[in-house]
Write a protein that binds this ligand. Structure first.
Ligand SMILES: NC(=O)C1=CN([C@@H]2O[C@H](COP(=O)(O)OP(=O)(O)OC[C@H]3O[C@@H](n4cnc5c(N)ncnc54)[C@H](OP(=O)(O)O)[C@@H]3O)[C@@H](O)[C@H]2O)[C@H](O)CC1
Ligand SMILES: [K+]
Length: 486
């Protein structure tokens, strides 16, 4: 079982293509299924620790994996029952069914009884081949058995989630599994909500598909990946405040939000933090404050090689805010556009696209950090996969889009897309977006690969270290330790 940080994410169609390639290279569906079933059995045997196991098998190859797992578990002395939803419909699954020497109970032929319940449930009903919602009685039976189990393991995917979008296909909400064993590669449903929550812990099982080349720069095969712990540049003896990067936060009507952003930038490692805010805003002494004017911005950054602009937190949406955004865009420096500034782009009739030549075509890095509401306002309503929506938005705008949420997706204009694992739910508190925008200002110059990925990771890591019930100010303070650990 492999942890999933840094792993590639493949859609159902990409999985089928990978399976076809492996078969063309000499593997067989049976050999892949044997490896998948044996891997599931080994993991379940260890975790079940002697408890009896119920394996639920569907009609396709996901069910085939289940029959193999049942056989291997029994060979290893585990007490196993098999429940099947109909007869196998594929050759490989039929062969696996035939090799299972025990009884096969049918479900959901009768209402559940107490004796149907098992402390350990292995759910191999549907995987990537699920094509429509589950029948109600099937969904109810699986839900009840999974909910009553002490340990529930989904084989490849929990039945009832859409592989590519992470949507739940049934109106009845799905139970949360203890563990999902992703076979061969992660799929979007393992990282996108709500399915990611249904999966519980996710681990990867290698089934011999030979996917090592995926994500490597030489191969143009799916670059979507789970964000991993990022490398950050180590400080050098000769570093000084400007070599570490200067972050300029342009604030406005709500100075507290801009203050959070600039402090976060400095605690995340920027050498110099400059805030344009209302006079008198309370701030650590290390942060330099200036009164706003476009000329003051030009003067402050003139001759400085590493300057990142963060605009949006607490900016407001009045005429003064519009003028500030225009000046920030005109500065030609890398820019993080967040919060109110995203609304200004949208209110100005998708000015991002009017501005496109100004913002993007000068080999400049532009980051848009919308949450779901801002994303919809900027790019329109979306359906289907959040990964696909973010990718289209990045291509369309020419900016890197950090589509925030419990499943933050980072999409680059070149099509590369990365997804963060679900972070702490305690991040759902006011001001944490301002902190993220500030961190991104700092990682513009400290992350050798992917400033946005590094920022999202540091943000989540600070939250993880804090535990729970923190406020955005605590998150900003915790960044010092997170940065020092990298
Ligand atoms: N990718 C690999 O290299 C390997 C994957 N393996 C496992 O195989 C599954 C995918 O197997 P597949 O047979 O394609 O699909 P499923 O087992 O998920 O299910 C398909 C069958 O289920 C029927 N179906 C679909 N939706 C429903 C529904 N709502 N209710 C009832 N029946 C449904 C479908 O019938 P259709 O009418 O839609 O044709 C199929 O009969 C993958 O997830 C891995 O677990 C193997 O290990 C080999 C290597
Ligand atoms: K399953």
């Amino acid at each position: 079982m492999t942890p999933i940080e840094g792993q590639p994410i493949l859609t159902a169609a990409q999985m089928r293509a990978a399976e076809d390639r492996a078969i063309a290279d000499g593997a067989s569906v049976e050999s892949l299924m044997d490896r998948a079933g044996a891997g599931v059995a080994e993991a379940v045997r260890r975790l079940a620790a002697g408890s009896p196991v119920l394996v639920l098998c569907g009609p396709g190859n996901n069910g085939g994996d289940g029959y193999v797992a049942a056989r291997v578990l029994r060979q290893n002395g585990v007490e196993v029952r098999v429940g099947a939803l109909g007869e196998p419909k594929t050759e490989a699954a039929s062969a696996a069914r035939a090799a299972w020497a025990g009884a096969v109970e049918r479900f959901p032929d009768a209402p559940l009884e107490q004796h149907d319940i098992s402390p350990v449930v292995v759910e191999a009903v549907f995987g990537t081949g699920l094509s429509r919602p589950l029948d109600d009685d099937v969904a109810r039976t699986i839900n009840a058995l999974v909910q009553c189990a002490r340990l529930s393991v989904a084989v490849d995917l929990p039945s009832g989630v859409d592989t590519d979008t992470g949507a739940e296909l049934n109106p009845l909400s799905l139970p949360h599994y203890s563990l999902t064993l992703a076979l061969g590669a992660l799929k979007p449903a393992h990282v996108l909500q709500p399915a990611a929550s249904v999966c519980g812990a996710v681990r990867l099982l290698d089934i011999g598909l030979g996917l090592d080349h995926i994500g490597s720069p030489r191969e143009n095969v799916s670059a979507d990946q789970v964000i991993a712990r990022p490398p950050l540049f180590a400080l050098q003896a000769a570093d000084h405040k400007y070599s570490r990067g200067m972050v300029v936060v342009i604030g406005g009507a709500m100075p507290g939000a801009a203050a959070l952003a600039v402090q976060s930038a400095m605690r995340a490692g920027a050498g110099y933090g400059l805030l344009f805010a209302e006079p008198g805003t309370a701030m650590p002494h290390a942060v330099v404050q200036r009164d706003w004017s476009p000329q003051a911005l030009t003067a402050a950054i003139a001759g400085k090689p590493k300057v990142g602009i963060v605009i949006g937190p607490g900016l407001g949406r009045d005429d003064a805010a519009v003028a500030k955004l225009d000046a920030a865009i005109a500065s030609e420096r890398p820019i993080v556009i967040d919060g109110d500034a995203l609304h200004l782009l949208e209110e100005r009739h998708f000015a991002i696209f009017r501005h496109r030549a100004t913002i993007v075509d000068r080999d400049r890095r532009v980051f848009l950090t919308p949450h779901a509401g801002e994303f919809k306002a900027l790019f329109g309503a979306w359906t289907g996969s959040k990964i696909a929506a973010a990718r289209a938005a990045a291509r369309h705008s020419g900016a890197t889009v950090v589509f925030k949420g419990p499943d933050t997706v980072i999409a680059h204009p070149n099509g590369h897309t990365n997804v963060a694992l679900a972070g702490s739910p305690w991040l759902s508190t006011a001001g944490t977006g301002d902190v993220l925008a500030g961190i991104l200002g700092a990682t513009l110059f400290s992350a050798p690969f992917g400033a946005a990925e590094a920022a999202v990771w540091m943000h989540a890591e600070a939250a993880r270290r804090l535990g729970g019930a923190f406020i955005a100010d605590d998150l900003a303070r915790e960044l010092s330790a997170v940065r020092a650990s990298r």
